[in-house]
Design a protein around this ligand. Structure first.
Ligand SMILES: Nc1ncnc2c1ncn2[C@@H]1O[C@H](COP(=O)(O)OP(=O)(O)O)[C@@H](O)[C@H]1O
Ligand SMILES: [Mg+2]
Length: 374
């Protein structure tokens, strides 16, 4: 028993190492061996334990199969053909339940701040899509992998949608929790189906929310399923990089420190973009937009309120503005008068909605940024 599970683990680890090294053939051999040892363990055990070994074995066989055709990236190499026109190809049936059929309507202009995040995405996918000849001449292929991380409520999801809008592409969305159905064995299939569905389009944005839930950091106590999902993900993503499609995979997380480290290594996600709290200019823009065309009393000083909201998230700020507008609306109904936002409405909203992130949490992201990426 000890021998078999040691061997199983040895091959599982070797498989992952080979994937990382870009050797699909070697990885496939180890995946098949891991399956063999799982089957052997299934024979030695009984009941639920035995059937869980069988399903693990099947998972490894599936990975082995996939690795036969996967071309893993040897090193970061953004070379290849630029994708074709933006019409979805036919045959996208499988996995299309994840697809948000419409191209999102929110655009880069709707997003306050995030100048450097926008610039990075423009270079990765927007310009190469808009200027295919120039991109091809420079051997640059649109698409790739990006991790968006930062405190909740600062526009990660919104940014993903806006990217799809900018390149006029379908937006696929799934959360880690959604993919990790409680039937563990299925989550790998879900993930593969989703990747296939996105790849059926010549251009697509795939947004994996709460990627920490899908690809958790592996520890001695991680389940075999966790380990396998991470391995499978790395294999799948290795394959997509080589494909002809312009696929942008965005992995979003509020907890970058909980993600498996292999996910961060070059070759899978080229860019890691921190989406932090809005700066003074972005807060101004958020407020200006929230009150654009809204009647405000002369003593309402939006700029100075925006200035005072350091440490608030984008969604806190949008929420405060909405609360103030609602109060003015309520009063206008009660008094049968024209609605107008007053200074008191804004102050009451500020009292009602405190910042949703603590300085300690912000400090944790800053520490993470320093230690990991600088
Ligand atoms: N930079 C921003 N520009 C415009 N709206 C924002 C911004 N940040 C947050 N918001 C508002 O907050 C809401 C929540 O943002 P969301 O994208 O869900 O954040 P996250 O995915 O980072 O948790 C958005 O729908 C939007 O109304
Ligand atoms: Mg989100």
């Amino acid at each position: 028993m000890g021998y078999l599970s040691d061997k199983k683990e040895e091959h599982e680890k070797a498989c992952e190492a080979a994937i990382r090294a870009g050797d699909a053939a070697l990885a496939g051999m180890h995946a098949a061996k891991a399956a063999d040892f799982c089957f052997a363990l299934a024979k030695q055990t009984g009941g639920a334990v035995s059937s869980s070994y069988v399903s693990t074995a099947e998972g490894w066989l599936e990975i082995a199969e996939k690795l036969k055709t996967a071309r893993l990236p040897k090193a970061p190499q953004p070379v290849g053909d630029v994708g074709k026109a933006a019409e979805p190809a036919s045959g996208a049936a499988a996995g299309s339940e994840f697809e948000v059929a419409e191209i999102p309507s929110v655009s880069f202009d709707d997003i306050a701040g995030m100048a450097s995040a926008k610039a990075t995405i423009m270079e990765m996918i927007v310009y190469p899509m808009r200027e295919p000849e120039k991109a091809r001449a420079m051997k640059l292929k649109p698409g790739g992998g990006v991790i968006l991380y930062g405190p909740p409520g600062n526009g990660k999801t919104m940014f993903g949608k806006a990217i799809a809008h900018e390149i006029n592409a379908p937006f696929f969305y799934a959360s880690g929790a959604q993919l990790r159905s409680k039937w563990h064995g299925e989550s790998e299939q879900n993930l593969s189906r989703l990747l296939k569905a996105a790849q059926a389009h010549p251009v697509a944005v795939l947004f994996l929310d709460e990627i920490d839930g899908l690809l958790p950091r592996r520890t001695a106590s991680s389940s075999v399923v966790d380990n396998r999902i991470v391995t499978q993900f790395l294999a799948d993503v290795g394959g997509f990089r080589e494909s002809e499609n312009a696929l942008l995979i965005l992995g979003a997380t509020n907890e970058p420190w909980s993600i498996d480290e292999a996910v961060f290594r070059t070759g899978r996600f080229d860019e890691k973009i921190y989406i932090g709290l809005p700066d003074a200019e972005a807060r101004d823009a958020l407020f200006a937009k929230a009150f654009d065309g809204v009647s405000c009393a002369a003593d309402v000083d939006l700029a100075s309120v925006a200035k005072s909201l350091e440490g608030y998230t984008g969604s806190d700020i949008v929420g405060i503005a909405k609360k103030a507008r609602q109060a003015a609306f309520r009063r206008s109904i009660e008094q049968a008068a024209d609605p107008q936002v007053t200074k008191e409405d804004v102050e009451a909203a500020l009292r009602a909605i405190p910042s949703s992130v603590t300085p300690a949490l912000v400090a944790r992201y800053e520490k993470f940024n320093r230690e990991r990426f600088q």
